[in-house]
Ligand binder design. Sequence first.
Ligand SMILES: NC(=O)c1ccc[n+]([C@@H]2O[C@H](COP(=O)([O-])OP(=O)(O)OC[C@H]3O[C@@H](n4cnc5c(N)ncnc54)[C@H](OP(=O)(O)O)[C@@H]3O)[C@@H](O)[C@H]2O)c1
Length: 218
Amino acid sequence: MPKHIVITGASRGIGYAIADILAQGDHKLTLIASKLTSFHDKHPSIGYFAADFSSFDSIDIVSDQIISQLEHVDVLINNIGMYTGKTLADTEKEDIQHQMNVNFCGPAYFTHRMLPLLRKGTHPQIINISSIAAKTALPGVSAYAASKAAVTGFSNSLRAELNPEGIRVSVLHLSGVNTWNDHNTQSLLAPDDIAKTIQFMVNADSRYLIDDMTIRAV
Ligand SMILES: NC(=O)c1ccc[n+]([C@@H]2O[C@H](COP(=O)([O-])OP(=O)(O)OC[C@H]3O[C@@H](n4cnc5c(N)ncnc54)[C@H](OP(=O)(O)O)[C@@H]3O)[C@@H](O)[C@H]2O)c1
């Protein structure tokens, strides 16, 4: 059954791969990136939007635009994120704030704004992209790990809040995904692997809830 699916961070990397695979179904896609020019080869049946997810004002503007164009949302995929691989000693105060804003505060507020549309959806789903850094002690990523731990805690509490009204909330913890053309691909997942997992989740029977999944390369 075709679904209305909103994907953030969809111009490149994992978000692009998710949009690409879901576009092969009959789904109606709404894609967001930081700038409209980040999208290449635009398809006429896809909705493209831009917002700076470090700014609540920008999220308000894009949310109003989406609400004016869509009657409902069936699936929200909160994929937007940014990564700063730095030890805390090398992390400036602006970096700490920016990572928390882009990775957690922005997606949490966007989810809040999309809730009225999700409540009108059919078997609605929210799929949040977190990282194994939220669960595993990795050096050199302390601020990033904290922002992703916020995504994980947010997702698990939100699931308990929204399950009673039939909205499913999933969180995926990913190890390294090759979004930067690394040639040492053995230790990395491919964006397509994540996209296929999400394709399964979107098309799975509505009685299924994948609450918390970790995907890593072995
Ligand atoms: N790659 C990995 O190894 C890995 C591992 C674990 C988890 N993850 C998570 O997976 C998700 C996707 O990662 P990725 O590697 O595919 O990222 P990516 O290739 O860097 O792409 C990031 C996407 O987010 C958008 N974006 C970034 N900052 C934004 C902002 N301030 N406002 C609006 N849009 C913004 C970008 O839009 P523009 O193109 O317009 O900049 C782009 O579409 C993230 O949540 C990341 O933390 C990634």
